[in-house]
Design a protein around this ligand. Structure first.
Ligand SMILES: [Zn+2]
Length: 247
């Protein structure tokens, strides 16, 4: 009798030039995704980040008024490590991001500005798998991003965007969702792993408030462990996984 084989993840499409990552908070991309982003920018692809909030409610011991600018600085530094220079903030309020037309419109506007073929976001489902409950901001931003990929291409859905000079962009071919419990595709994490570690380490104030562990040990263990477990479904190579929605 043969052992049951683990379903394997497919390689991510690579026939694209521009990607836009849309997430709720500073650090959402760095917790598992940025090794893929480093590999893409190495290959000459353009990647930009859009964050719905500044993550100002993310550090218990720090007032949001001081926390927001600090986390914005940390996010810009962490993006630079993986070759991303464009980082935008939509100024929704951390912790209480509402799914709805205002959020869809803001993300559709960002998609029209950047005109990506690939859009990346974070888990839009209620859980991380099993009983690990997701946060409402991730669910709202993930769902709104999946919707906005279509909204961006329809001139009649948010006509006020065209009046601001943002022409419809119907060129999004895929939305890749990171952190899903049922991924379909993956990217080899090995070439980008060192930069992924340094990228997450740029969120130093956040990490130092989160754990007493040495920050580099914590970050390295988290990212290599996560990529290694994904690699079991990617020919044994450490990997960053995505659930890929095709348009
Ligand atoms: Zn988050």
């Amino acid at each position: 009798m043969t052992e049951p084989t683990t379903p394997q993840l497919q390689p991510m499409p690579d026939d694209w030039r521009r990607a836009l990552a849309v997430v709720a908070h500073p650090d959402d991309l760095e917790y598992g995704c940025s090794a893929a982003i480093a590999a893409w920018t190495d290959a000459g692809r353009e990647v930009a980040y859009v964050l719905a909030t500044r993550g100002e409610a993310g550090i218990d011991t720090l007032d949001p008024v001081r926390c927001g600018p600090l986390r914005e600085r940390e996010q810009r530094a962490s993006a630079a490590v993986v070759g991303v220079s464009e980082v935008e903030f939509l100024d929704h309020r951390d912790g209480v991001v509402e799914y709805g037309t205002a959020l869809r419109r803001d993300i559709a506007a960002a998609i029209r500005r950047h005109r990506p073929e690939l859009v990346i976001t974070l888990n839009h489902r209620d859980t991380w798998g099993g009983v690990a409950w997701n946060t409402p901001d991730h669910v709202a931003v993930g769902r709104a991003t999946l919707d906005a990929a279509g909204d961006a291409g329809n001139r009649w859905i948010f006509p006020e965007l065209a009046e601001r000079g943002l022409k419809p962009w119907n060129g999004v071919r895929w939305v890749a969702v990171a952190g899903c419990s049922a991924p379909t595709h993956a990217v080899d994490a090995t070439p980008g792993m060192e930069r992924a570690v340094r990228s997450l380490l740029e969120h130093r104030a956040y990490i130092e408030a989160l754990t007493d562990e040495d920050p580099e040990t914590y970050v390295r263990n988290f990212l290599t462990g996560y990529a290694g477990s994904t690699g079991e479904r990617f020919g044994g190579r450490p990997a960053v996984a995505f659930e890929l929605f095709t348009r």
